[in-house]
Design a protein around this ligand. Structure first.
Ligand code: GDP
Ligand code: GDP
Length: 437
């Protein structure tokens, strides 16, 4: 199941994003800054006392055409619809404002647990001024200071105490979890319906797991269990905020976090758009297995090189996804859809492999011999040995004399050698250079 979701809400300038950043700390999905990969900082994972959760700063979901008080209402609606716990942020500096009252009223009428934070309580004297905030009718106000990092222990204790019980139940390890992401109208819903075609059994209960209402479990004829993550999110229609980009990006990020393999859907008819890059980049950063689906292939008039040309365009526009297989499909004619579960399997198994250290270091020696490590300002990188520290995605620590000497291109070279030598196709590989002690 999903990690519990905590939504931060409040009027502008009370310190929501400061608090958001404090709560997530240094935790960023993973890997290096690569060109073309944008970071979205309104949704991220966090942890408190061993409990994992995700946080969203709803203040980051803005609507250009709405007046402020309407915008906040929509943000509150999103928080109420999506979150398990809501943190309402106010500021001791301004006291209670009209907007605070309006938000509080909406939250009171929801059934969601609310934790009330009074920010900018930067020193002990200001603590005496928080009592006024009982007037919001949201329970005990908790003094915090986002910029000084004060009060977060009590705040997070209160947040965690409100998590639903079963929230951390995970799907069984053997069940392959995947999701479809992509811009509106690329054909995600059509693909979902087509993939779960007549020959698949939709299972209502997976053994030993409580299934999440937003997910669709199914089984292929060979008996492999899958869960298609967040199909409800794909199908849900009619909310005011549904079509806004920030919201759908957040929704996609959450689905990606919960999946092993991500099907990134492009629309052959409209071609590649900038918006495609954002969520695909997030899936890559999160280290998921990735398959690129080019949907609506039926709409394209084919000539000799049509497919190859499209593929070259994808490789050019999504350089960081060089490892991802590309499949040209049509939800309409069902072309190649039967290949999808097989491909999802392959990606899943590849990324879960563990390589023996002895084999890994044989490959490393060969790689070093064929392409010696470069030097930078007179100092030469020395690579000593490597070890796989994690699967899913495969992660390797490479011990070197000085990690600063490891150039991106050399890292990419080693990555490719590991990929070819051990069938790590279709998955990002993480390489962590570390100084040998
Ligand atoms: P948001 O609009 O609610 O996301 O607010 P921001 O996090 O952007 O903060 C708004 C302003 O308040 C910024 O200038 C912050 O530096 C400042 N701020 C945030 N937290 C604190 C705090 O705990 N104490 C003080 N004095 N200022 C803060
Ligand atoms: P979503 O917003 O990504 O879930 O997209 P939908 O599944 O709602 O599809 C958007 C539109 O594209 C609908 O009108 C579909 O009928 C159409 N569509 C989806 N897949 C295909 C396809 O493979 N070929 C063609 N020609 N149209 C498609």
């Amino acid at each position: 199941m999903a990690n519990p979701l905590v939504a931060i809400i409040g009027r502008p300038n009370v310190g929501k994003s400061t608090i958001f950043n404090r709560i997530i700390g240094d935790r960023l999905a993973i890997v290096q800054d690569e060109p073309g990969v944008t970071r979205d900082r309104i949704y991220a994972d966090a942890e408190w006392l061993g409990k994992d959760f995700s946080v969203i700063d709803t203040g980051g979901i803005t609507f250009d055409d709405l007046p402020l008080h309407e915008e906040i209402k929509v943000q509150a609606e999103i928080a109420i619809d999506e979150a398990d716990v809501i943190v309402m942020v106010t500021s001791v500096k301004e006291g209670i404002t009209d907007l605070d009252d309006q938000v509080a009223l909406i939250l009171q009428q929801s059934n969601k647990p609310v934790v009330l934070a009074v920010n900018k309580t930067d020193n002990p004297e200001l603590r005496n001024e928080i009592y006024e905030f009982y007037g919001l009718g949201l329970g005990d106000p908790l003094p915090v200071s986002g910029s000084h990092g004060l009060g977060f222990g009590d705040l997070l204790d209160a947040v965690v105490a409100n998590f639903p019980n079963e929230a951390n139940m995970a799907y069984d390890q053997d069940i392959i979890k995947f999701c479809l992401i992509g811009r509106p109208n690329v054909g995600k819903s059509s693909l979902v319906n087509a993939i779960i075609g007549e020959d698949r059994v939709i299972v209502s209960e997976l053994e030993g797991t409580t299934r999440d209402a937003i997910d669709t479990p199914f089984m292929t004829q060979d008996g492999q269990d899958y869960v298609m993550i967040d199909t409800a999110g794909i199908r849900r229609r009619g909310k005011v905020y549904e079509k806004t980009e920030k919201y759908s990006v957040m929704r996609a990020q959450r689905a990606i976090d919960r999946s092993d393999v991500v099907l990134c859907v492009l629309d052959a008819e409209t071609g590649i758009r900038d918006q495609d890059k954002k969520v695909f980049g997030y899936a890559h950063q999160a280290g998921k297995g990735i398959i690129i689906l080019v949907n609506k292939w039926d709409t394209i008039k084919k000539e000799t090189n049509t497919m190859r040309d499209f593929e070259l365009q994808i490789r050019d526009q999504f350089r960081y996804l060089h490892y991802a297989p590309i499949l040209f499909v049509s939800a309409k004619t069902k072309q190649r859809l039967e290949v999808i579960p097989e491909l999802v399997d392959r990606v899943y198994y590849n990324r879960n492999q563990r390589v023996k250290s002895s084999l890994l270091n044989d490959v490393l020696s060969d790689a070093l011999a064929s392409n010696p490590a470069p030097s930078k300002s007179g100092k030469r990188l020395k690579v000593f040995y490597a070890t796989q520290v994690a699967t899913n995605p495969p992660t390797f620590v490479v011990f070197v004399n000085d990690p600063d000497l490891m150039h991106f291109s050399y890292e990419r070279f080693l990555e490719n050698r590991f990929r070819e030598s051990f069938d790590f196709y279709d998955t990002p590989i993480q390489i962590i250079p570390r100084a040998r002690k």
